[in-house]
Design a protein around this ligand. Structure first.
Ligand SMILES: Cc1ncc(COP(=O)(O)O)c(C=O)c1O
Length: 411
């Protein structure tokens, strides 16, 4: 499908911002939604809305089928089974759920390994467990990986940190600042070679929307992701839990819809994944997310990866022509997903975002919820452009031209 044709599916791209056509380059924060997703959700509310798994009436049955079909579509998209996929509010919600469940087995002195690159959503939950349980949070510094030509992931550092006390390794698949795609399959192989009981938690917020992801190939225990970053609606996301583990784990939230039997003396839980979904779920969200997955599948994730990587390569090439620009993360776009963060010496990232907004261009500026990484990079803030399947090289050229003009004002 041509980019021109794809763009017609996204009504918001027709908008003008400050009198200029919208150039939306903030896709890592949230992506735009095609009309197919919006219509699927509208259709659900107009024709099928009812509560799921409960009523013995036609609408409830229809809603249940739509919800469970959506689960199958989303699970298969990441190479999993429907029984392994829990619908949540998104990545943050999923990671907190994992932390709540895993903390039960954490004792004083146990160790959790994460990296300095993580989004706060994949950092603070582990920090809290460490504080509450007297565990030790070990943070891979990733210093080596910042230098050009160095390995993408400091495997030796990880190996040195692994110990008999390691219980959890939590890391992101794609950094939302550096853009680096980390070699999760190799990492999980190393970790499980050391001890197969260590739980590997992967934050897929930036990988699932941009590159093909297959949980079985990754060899991990948990994968978390957000619907709104992958053309789907806000308020819905996924938590994939390896089947054998999902069967063993005790739920993290209790109430209606997740039980088998309840009595005053004792309650028992429904089978997975239902035991992890207490309360009324976001059915319209699940329907919208499944439609987003179908849209991405129609294009093909290999093509999504190629398109967004090509845009990243073009942005890096053009940004490097400008004076005093520092690109964060690898210069080789092959090592990246479709996002590029940068800093320009002497100019604050917020000012860059401001002058670009006046030209109708939406980019991100700040710390992108990665304060430890920004501290490690000795930066207060950075600017980020991030791409989706509807972005074009022409838009990047317009962004560069507007940035060049803006810098004349800002310097
Ligand atoms: C790498 C990463 N992890 C986690 C999140 C949090 O996602 P959400 O706000 O959808 O829960 C984000 C969002 O930007 C992210 O980029």
């Amino acid at each position: 499908m041509s980019t021109e044709k794809i763009r017609k599916d996204f009504p918001i791209l027709e908008r003008k911002i400050n009198g200029k056509p919208l150039v939306y380059l903030d896709n890592s924060a949230t992506s735009q939604k095609p009309k197919q997703v919006i219509e699927a959700m509208l259709n659900y509310y107009e024709k099928h809305n009812a509560n799921v798994h409960r009523g013995i009436h036609t609408l409830s049955d229809e809603a249940t089928h739509l919800y469970e079909d959506a689960r199958k579509t989303v699970a298969e998209f990441i190479g999993g089974k429907p029984e392994e996929l829990v619908f949540t509010k998104g990545t943050t919600d999923s990671l907190n759920a994992v932390a709540l469940m895993l903390q039960r087995d954490i004792k004083k002195g146990d160790e959790i390994i994460t990296t300095v690159v993580e989004h706060h959503s994949n950092f603070i939950p582990w920090q809290r467990i460490a504080e509450e349980k007297g565990a030790v949070l070990k943070v891979i510094s990733m210093k080596e990986s910042q230098r050009e030509g160095s390995p993408d992931f400091p495997m030796r550092q990880l190996k040195n940190l692994l110990s008999k006390k390691t219980k959890i390794v939590a890391l992101g698949h794609v950094s939302n600042v550096l853009g680096t795609v980390f070699p999760v399959t190799g990492i999980s192989r190393e970790v499980h070679k050391y001890n197969k009981d260590i739980k590997i938690v992967v934050d897929g917020a930036q990988s699932v929307p941009h590159i093909p992801v297959n949980v079985k190939k990754l060899g991990i225990d948990f994968l978390t992701f957000s619907g709104h970053k992958m053309l789907g609606p806000m308020g819905i996301g996924g938590l994939w839990i390896r089947e054998e583990l999902a069967e063993k784990l005790t739920p993290f939230s209790y109430g209606g819809g997740m039980i088998n039997k309840v009595s005053i003396e004792k309650s028992t839980w429904a089978a997975t994944p239902h035991k992890f979904e207490a309360g009324t779920p976001n059915v319209a969200g699940a329907v919208g997310l499944a439609e987003a997955v179908k849209y991405l599948e129609k294009i093909g994730m290999k093509e999504v990866k190629k398109h967004t990587q090509d845009l990243a390569a073009h942005a890096i090439k053009e940004l490097r022509v400008l004076e005093d620009v520092r690109i964060l993360g690898p210069l080789d776009a092959e090592k990246r997903a479709g996002l590029v963060s940068f800093v320009i010496e002497g100019v604050h990232a917020h000012d860059i975002a401001g002058v670009l907004d006046a030209k109708g261009i939406a980019i991100r500026a700040g710390q992108h919820c990665t304060a430890p990484l920004h501290k490690a990079l000795c930066l207060n803030a950075s600017a980020r452009v991030s791409f989706q399947i509807y972005n074009t090289k022409k838009e990047i050229d317009y962004f560069i031209e507007s940035l060049r003009e803006g810098l004349k004002l800002l310097r």
